[in-house]
Design a protein around this ligand. Structure first.
Ligand code: SF4
Ligand code: SF4
Length: 123
């Protein structure tokens, strides 16, 4: 019995000595590569998500100096001229009001689609 691989057709061919039987099985070739996956953590980021508009929709104790109120009375985190949230510590790139950060910031998940999106755009 001969066993042959036909890579062009993604098939495996088995032939018996008398040549009477040829079995053709279709299969999928799944190529597995050990590609390095860069780890996504806030430690190797530049606080990319802290330049997004962050609406304040519940009272978590955000200090007034960090709150921007628009003409309709909507509250959001104040952003400074560099586009980053005013509560972001520019030296450490960490949130200076972590215990009082808005609900939106609490829900923003590291490694989420939105997180990756921000990193791709800003890093
Ligand atoms: S949550 Fe994502 S985008 Fe925000 S600081 Fe962490 S890694 Fe960067
Ligand atoms: S409140 Fe803190 S976590 Fe939220 S955007 Fe500002 S610096 Fe970032």
């Amino acid at each position: 019995m001969a066993l042959g691989f036909n890579y062009l057709e993604n098939a495996i061919i088995i032939e018996y000595p008398n040549g009477l039987l040829r079995l053709l099985l279709l299969f999928m070739i799944i190529k597995v590569k050990n590609l390095p996956v860069p780890q996504v953590t806030c430690a190797n980021c530049q606080a990319c998500c802290c330049s997004l508009e962050v609406r304040i929709i519940s009272d978590t104790g955000v200090p007034n100096r960090h709150i921007y109120i628009d003409e309709y009375g909507n509250e959001s985190m104040l952003r400074l001229d560099d586009g980053q949230c005013s509560a972001l510590n520019r030296d450490t790139l960490m949130c200076s009001i972590y215990e009082n950060r808005p609900w939106v910031c609490r829900e923003f998940e590291m490694g989420s689609y939105e997180c990756i999106d921000e990193r791709i755009e800003k890093l």
